[in-house]
Ligand binder design. Structure first.
Ligand code: ADP
Length: 548
């Protein structure tokens, strides 16, 4: 009985019949395949856009229809908290968007970030700080500053979202933006008295208490001028929708831009921004900023994860390159070592033959040895060639339905030429058609028979058995050789790995035969198994799928 068996893992998947099995390609991205089907995504998008638009317009209409709209309430303290939250969220959103990596997306989002920064600054300067410091400002002035802030921000959104390739947002442009923004505000603050009034009341509280808001307190100028930032916001929302349709990404930007446009619409009807009146526009503004902040964070996380995966693949690639470099060095040294011996033998023997002083028996012995050494060199070169093929990305086995029997006599012919005069018995208990690449399976059998002959004493028998299982034929190569130490049983299937025992050391070899055989069998969806006991012998076995 032989012991110490290493068996095939059941977890190893079997490949489907007549597959062409290929080694996986390194680092191939499947990102394009992950895109959702376009029509389904489009439907969701349009539903979302329509739903939000109806909600915002319906909400505004409700405010107009109802007698005492609850869309605006005087709540100075609440407004301070609200303004602070909106300002902080907008600054945070701007920061998140600035963090996006450079490139097409980063370029668009930097303009959007600048827009949110301007909105945040406007809220801070005219909404939060005056309320906090209890400085009441003329309602008309506030309306004009709001108009200026919204116009600048709207322009930035349009720049980033409406064009397929927006210009890069540079530091120089940031400085220009601040200068223009400040000049505009100073101009508004200084020249407001010379501008046509936007509201007919001095304070929003008065308007609300007098029941004037929304419409009677607002002038035609207010409505006409407010159309400008509203149009810019609507254009940005359309740009965001367009971008989403192109890239199937950033639906949060679409939502945020629609909410922002909605807040401007509500603000036209209930202009309460930068005043102690809390309105539906506030809620929409906050919702828009929150959506950008959350969406931006989620997408940044996704980008970070993608980068981590790429980095891991890159590290793996680098590791493999280092391994390959080390292997190349080892490989060259081993090949040189393996070639030197047979070459020296051939050289010595040919020198002896050249003297013409050998008896005919000595001559035929010398020729036989030269033949044997030349065979060894041929095997060596063939192994090296096969390794090169197997390591290539496009290595494939062509499994097809073939009769089992003809595979084995080929192995028998090969075994007869092996050194050591080993009697070979082949028993085939079955006559099945199996799925196999005959050339590759013959190569496996040749490797196993070669090893059986190499690692057994001359004259000891070698057997090849083929027996039928339920769905597979099992092929075994059995020898009564030196056997394999249990510690070596797993290692010997690795590239360049050899047994550590005395017998192996005395026999030349590269440690490639079992590695090649295992790779070929794995490409067939099966595994090479070994059962062995030191000084008793070894059984190498594998299975081939029967054609049903
Ligand atoms: P090589 O024979 O060139 O060393 P292989 O990959 O064919 O390379 O074999 C790896 C190792 O497995 C051998 O070095 C040897 O130690 C062990 N081995 C393989 N087949 C046998 C066998 N039939 N009997 C004993 N040891 C074996």
């Amino acid at each position: 009985m032989l012991h110490n068996s290493v068996t095939r893992s059941d977890a190893t998947p079997r490949r489907r019949r007549s597959d062409t099995v290929r080694a996986p390609r390194f680092g191939k991205s499947s990102r394009a395949n992950n895109q959702p089907p376009r029509s389904g995504t489009d439907r969701t998008l349009w539903l979302l856009v329509a739903g939000l638009t109806v909600l915002i317009i319906g909400w505004a209409a409700l405010g107009l229809i109802l007698e005492r709209p609850r869309l605006g309430v005087v709540a100075p303290n609440a407004v301070i908290g609200f303004e602070a939250t909106v300002v902080l969220t907008r600054f945070f959103s701007a920061l998140v968007l600035f963090l996006f990596p450079h490139g097409q997306t980063g370029r668009s989002l930097r303009w959007v970030a600048a827009g949110f920064m301007i909105l945040g600054l406007g809220g801070l300067l005219f909404g939060y700080l005056p309320l906090l410091l209890d400085r009441s400002t003329n309602l008309n002035t506030l309306q004009y500053t709001l108009l200026a802030v919204s116009l600048v921000a709207g322009g930035l959104f349009v720049e980033g979202l409406l064009f397929r390739t927006p210009p890069p947002f540079t530091r120089g442009k940031l400085i220009i933006l601040f200068v223009v923004f400040n000049l505009l505000l100073i101009g508004v603050l200084l020249g407001v008295d010379n501008l046509p009034p936007l509201v007919n009341v001095s304070s929003p509280e008065a308007a609300i208490h007098g029941g004037l808001l929304p419409t009677p307190a607002l002038t035609a100028w207010h409505f006409s001028l407010s159309m400008l930032p509203l149009s810019l916001s609507v254009a940005s929302a359309i740009g965001a929708v367009h971008l989403y349709r192109m890239e199937q990404r950033r639906i949060w930007l679409v939502v945020a831009m629609i909410l922002l446009a909605g807040s401007q619409l509500h603000n036209i009807l209930w202009p309460s921004i930068y005043t102690p009146v809390l309105t539906s526009a506030h809620l929409l503004r906050l919702a828009s900023a929150v959506v950008v902040a959350v969406g931006g964070i989620v997408e940044l996380r996704r980008i970070a994860n993608e980068h981590a995966v790429l980095l891991a693949a890159e590290q793996e690639h680098t590791k493999r390159l280092v391994e390959i470099a080390a292997l190349k060095a080892d490989f060259t040294a081993m090949i040189a070592h393996e070639i030197v011996q047979p070459l020296a033998a051939i050289r010595g023997l040919t020198d002896m033959l050249a003297t013409n002083q050998l008896t005919s028996t000595q001559q035929s012995q010398a020729l036989a040895t030269i033949h044997k050494e030349a065979d060894m060199l041929t095997t060596l070169v063939s192994d090296v060639q096969t390794v090169a093929t197997i390591e290539r990305d496009d290595f494939a086995v062509r499994r097809r339905a073939v009769p089992l029997r003809p595979l084995l006599p080929d192995a028998a012919t090969f075994a007869q030429a092996l050194p050591g005069n080993h009697p070979l018995t082949i028993t085939v208990d079955t006559d099945e058609i199996v799925y196999a690449d005959p050339e590759r399976i013959s190569q496996v059998l040749r490797n196993l028979l070669n090893n059986a002959a190499k690692y057994s004493a001359p004259g000891t028998p070698i057997q090849v058995h083929a027996t039928r299982g339920v769905k597979h034929v099992r092929i075994e190569v059995i020898d009564r050789g030196s056997g394999i130490h249990p510690d070596d049983l797993r290692r010997i299937f690795e590239k360049f790995e050899r047994g550590h025992d005395q017998v192996t050391r005395s026999i030349s070899g590269l440690g490639l035969g079992l590695y090649l055989s295992q790779r070929i069998l794995q490409a067939h969806g099966t595994q090479l198994e070994v059962t062995s006991k030191v000084d008793v012998g070894s059984i190498f076995a594998f299975e081939l799928e029967i054609k049903s």
